[in-house]
Design a protein around this ligand. Structure first.
Ligand code: DSN
Length: 417
């Protein structure tokens, strides 16, 4: 970054400080990861200079013959990775991707069934202040109070009563497997009642990398449309893609451009191609296996220290910890104490949370980022101990400083890619 250092020392210093923070801290935010140097280089390339409205072979600007090759490669690799009939790689991020899916298949006011946000859903799955909640009639489904897992019989009951135009399966804070086949069967039952297709839409943003690695069942064979961000477990650049059956390809492409977006970010699309290429390699499967092993080990190590893990564990890369119920510490307090020792997490609502979103009962932890740095199950004991020490000593500056030192020396043993 020698040019940046000279041209803009202020931004250069900020980037360097952030790099230091990342190196010296433990990253447990379930939606974050560290990209490879190759992905970073593609993102910082001259491809950012180009305008390419349209799609490969059909652009509104000249000079796109090379960009076409990059985008086509990204599409081909993504199709192979997910066994997809059609992929649009242009969505700028998860929410615009989801907006495009709704636009392609629905009319404003149509009913959509989605997992309630406070139980693991996502803003773009129907929050009242988000376009999804403003434009569409979102009917929530919930997890079971006892098992804290999605109760598919309940989903079916709600679906048959409400007859939605679309059933949305996906989450940003749900630690268990999804019953994709059952969602599809429910949609088909609704379709018989209404005499028209009830669309199935899966948002696999959190688990796409684990699906690509073949470790978690994929909704792609069953669902009409699947969206995912590319920067979480998939470990690519910040962005998204939409996967769909061939029959919806035209509608999805039109909804992305010109429906929602103008020019694609060609440098990011090239970086997506690089990340998909990495995910097609056997080493990525090994990585995915370790992400899940680490998540299970971390959940177990926290349970041993008296923390209640929502639903009793995890099937994927993330877990929800009821810190308020277990230790009388709120999610906000926990986030703050952990930040002071160099551990990044986020406060999170737990199912049927008696507290409020800005200071809920829980925290969400995930292992994609620390696994990229090379940690294994045995290290999760250490991480759990750091977490516990930070939380029980949250009011002692001296003790927190001691934990912070230990977190730093632990982190420096695991270099960034
Ligand atoms: N903000 C992401 C997450 O943390 O889960 C979802 O978009």
């Amino acid at each position: 970054m020698k040019n940046l250092k000279k041209a803009d020392p202020q931004i250069y210093t900020i980037i360097k400080r952030e790099e230091k923070r990342q190196k010296e801290g433990i990253e447990l935010i379930a939606s974050e990861n560290y990209v490879s140097k190759a992905v970073l280089e593609a993102m910082g390339s001259v491809l950012t200079n180009k305008y390419s409205e349209g799609y490969p072979g059909k652009r509104y600007y000249g000079g796109n013959e090379i960009i076409d090759q990059a985008e086509s490669l990204a599409i081909e690799r993504a199709k192979k990775l997910f066994g997809a009939e059609h992929v649009n790689v242009q969505p700028l991020s998860g929410s615009p991707a989801n907006l495009a899916v709704y636009m392609a298949l629905l009319k404003p006011g149509d009913k959509v069934l989605g997992l309630s946000l406070d139980q693991g859903g996502h803003l773009s799955h129907g929050h009242p202040l988000n376009f999804s909640g403003l434009l569409y009639a979102i009917i929530p489904y919930f997890v079971d109070k006892k098992t804290e897992r999605i109760n598919m019989d309940e989903v079916e009951k709600i679906a048959l009563r409400e007859k939605p135009k679309m059933i949305l399966a996906g989450f940003s804070a749900y630690p268990r497997s999804m019953e994709w086949k059952r969602f599809k069967q429910i949609a088909d039952k609704v379709g018989v009642l209404t005499g028209s297709l009830t669309y199935t839409f899966a948002d696999i943003a959190h688990i796409a990398g684990l699906i690509a690695a073949g470790l978690i069942e994929s909704p792609v064979p069953y669902f009409d449309v699947v969206s995912t961000t590319t920067h979480k477990t998939l470990r690519g650049p910040r962005g998204a893609i939409i996967i769909c059956k061939a029959e919806f390809a035209k509608a999805i492409d039109r909804a992305v451009f010109p429906g929602v977006q103008g020019g694609p970010h060609d440098h990011i699309n090239a970086a997506k191609a690089v990340a998909f290429g990495e995910a097609l390699k056997p080493s990525f499967k090994k990585y995915g296996v370790q992400v899940i092993k680490n998540a299970k080990a971390l959940a177990g190590a926290l349970q041993k220290r008296g923390y209640r893990i929502i639903s009793g564990g995890t099937d994927n890369h993330l877990m929800l910890v009821d810190v308020f119920g277990s230790k009388g510490i709120t999610g906000k307090e926990a986030e703050h104490a952990l930040e002071l020792v160099g551990i990044s997490i986020n406060k999170n609502m737990i199912p049927y949370d008696p507290r409020k979103p800005l200071d809920p009962s829980g925290i969400r932890l995930g292992t994609p980022a620390i696994t990229t740095r090379g940690t294994k199950e045995k290290h999760m004991e250490t991480v759990a101990e750091f977490i516990d020490q930070a939380l029980v000593n949250k009011d002692s500056e001296v003790k927190l400083k001691k934990v912070a030192k230990q977190v730093k020396s632990f982190s420096l043993k695991f270099p960034l890619p």
